[in-house]
Design a protein around this ligand. Sequence first.
Ligand SMILES: NC(=O)c1ccc[n+]([C@@H]2O[C@H](COP(=O)([O-])OP(=O)(O)OC[C@H]3O[C@@H](n4cnc5c(N)ncnc54)[C@H](OP(=O)(O)O)[C@@H]3O)[C@@H](O)[C@H]2O)c1
Length: 377
Amino acid sequence: MGSAETRTIVILGGYGYAGRALAPLLLAEGTARLVLAGRYRDKAHQAAEELNARFEGGRVSGARADAADPRSLTVAFDGADLVVVASNTARQVATVARSALDRGLDYLDIQYSASKLPVLRAMAGEIEQAGRCFVTEAGFHPGLPSALVRYAASRFDYLERAITASVLNPQGGLPYSGGVDELVESFRDYRPLIYRGGAWRGISFLNPYRRIHFRGGFGTRGCVPLPLAELRAMPEMVPSLQEVGFYIAGFNWFADWIVTPVVMTGVWFFPRALLRPMGRLLCWSTRFFTSPPYGIALQMDAEGVRAGARWKMELFLYHEDGYVFTAAPVAACLLQILDESSRRPGLHLMGHLVDPSRLIADMQRVGIRIESGEYAA
Ligand SMILES: NC(=O)c1ccc[n+]([C@@H]2O[C@H](COP(=O)([O-])OP(=O)(O)OC[C@H]3O[C@@H](n4cnc5c(N)ncnc54)[C@H](OP(=O)(O)O)[C@@H]3O)[C@@H](O)[C@H]2O)c1
C-alpha cells in the first residue's frame, strides 16, 4: 500500500445512496483518491465531477464496473489499494472478492445478506495468506451493534447484558433503493435467535415483540430481534455475557401488521419476480402514520459489574439521515485500516476488528450525535 495520502479507494456502488454518503466523508478526511464505480459510466463520471467541484485536488474519478463481470472489475481495480462494496451485489460476492484478491486490494463490504458470509469464509485462508485485509458486515447494521457491545465490555469487569436496538423513522418514509431489495430478500432467511441465560434461543412467532424504551423522544416501541452474524461470536468474545441481542422497532401498524406479512409471503413464494414490487410496497407503507421525532437512532443498554459494584451503561446514537449513519462507521473503520492500526491480514467482521472507542469518537466528529451515561445500578 502507498502512504495514506496516495491510497486509492474504489467505491463499487459509489453513486448509490450509501456510496454517495460515504465519498464526502472520506474526502473530508483527506486521506485518499476515490474511484466511484457502477454499471453506468455517465452516472459515475457525473457523481465524480460533483465531488471534485466540492472538494479540492481533483481526487475523484468515475469508472464503469459491473460486479458480475470480472473483466470490468479488473480494469476498475487497476492501481487501487482497497475496494468498498457499497453496491447491492451480495449475489456477486465471489466475483468481487476474487477480483480484489487477484488484484491485491483490501476489501470492505456493507451488505446485509445471509448468503455472503459463507462465500467469504471459504476464501478466508487465501485472503490471510495473501496478506490482504477483508472486512465484511461493515456499516450501521450490520456493523455497529457488536462494536458497541465490545465498547461496553471494555467499560466493565464483567459485562452481563448488552441489548442494542434501533428505530428507523426517516421523514417521508424509507427511500426505495437496491438496499431495500436486499433487506426484503433477507426476509426469506429470517430465523430470529436471542442469547439469554447463557444460550441461543428461538422466539415465539405468536408474540415476537419486545417493548423497548428509546431515548431521544422516540418513546417505547415494539421491537423484533434481527439476527446479526456479528453478535453470534459475542458470548465467546465476552464470556461473562448472559444476554445479548439486536432489536429493530416496527415502522407503523400499517407497515408492520398489514404490509410486512404480505411482503414476506410474496418473496417467499416468488423471490425473483416479486422482490422489487415488494420492496417498493414496503417503502410506500413506511410513509404513513409516522410522527416526529424523525431520524435514525441506535442505542445500547448494558449492565454488569465494575469494581465489585453493579453498573449500568446507556449509549444513544442518532442522525437524521440513515445513509450518513451507515457511512460514518464505515469511514471511521477505514481510517483505522488506512493508518494500519486495525489492519490485520484475513477476513474480519467490522465490529470485531475495530477499536470501538476510537470508532465512536470518529463517528461523533463526523456528525453522529452520541450521548452516553454510566451509573451505579
Ligand atoms: N450496513 C449497513 O448499515 C447498510 C445500510 C444501508 C444499506 N446497506 C447496504 O448498502 C448496499 C447499497 O444500498 P443502497 O441503499 O445505497 O442502494 P442503491 O442506492 O440502490 O445503490 C446501489 C449502487 O450499487 C450499484 N450497483 C448495482 N448493481 C451493480 C452491479 N452489478 N455492479 C456494480 N454496481 C452495481 C448501483 O449502480 P448501478 O445500478 O447504476 O450499477 C448503485 O450505485 C446494499 O447492499 C445494502 O444492503 C448497508
